[in-house]
Design a protein around this ligand. Sequence first.
Ligand code: GDP
Ligand code: MG
Length: 168
Amino acid sequence: MLPLVALVGRPNVGKSTLFNALTRTRDALVHDQPGVTRDRHYGVCRIDDGRPFALVDTGGIADGGVHLVAGDLAGATARQARAGAEEADLVLFVVDGREGPSAVDDEILAWLRRAAKPVFLVVNKTDGIDSRAALAEFARYGFKDMLAVSSAHRQGIDDLVSAVRARL
Ligand code: GDP
Ligand code: MG
């Protein structure tokens, strides 16, 4: 069985875009409206000749387009995201490098810590901005393992794949 990597993060940070960049598919729905991904999507990353790994794109929002807000982590999709995280060998915690840390990110971080899974922080949407400054905004999260990427522009994706493989 392939090792499993879960993409976890609040709606609209670019999880599905990252899923597509890693699997080179358009399987995951990408939408301007937050929370378009309601189900878990599975795919396989086969970039280069390295060892493939499986990916799960977890949803981040409740059914019916109700936005996930701080305090709603007991909601249906949050449970689904948790389930995705719990079965994974490694979690990619995806955040928005343009917006910086939010209250929902803080909450997701808290339950990821409780889940005691290996977690790698992916600071997405760093195209056209200072990626070092974007990473620095998340310094208080205390991750040694973090990378700035642009899923939409495929920047940093190969480095991310190498980093993931090194941790599986
Ligand atoms: P999800 O809800 O976390 O799955 O987020 P999506 O993958 O659906 O992306 C939400 C929005 O962010 C879409 O409009 C994407 O085009 C945009 N987006 C995703 N990744 C990037 C990125 O690397 N850079 C920029 N500028 N926009 C991005
Ligand atoms: Mg999505």
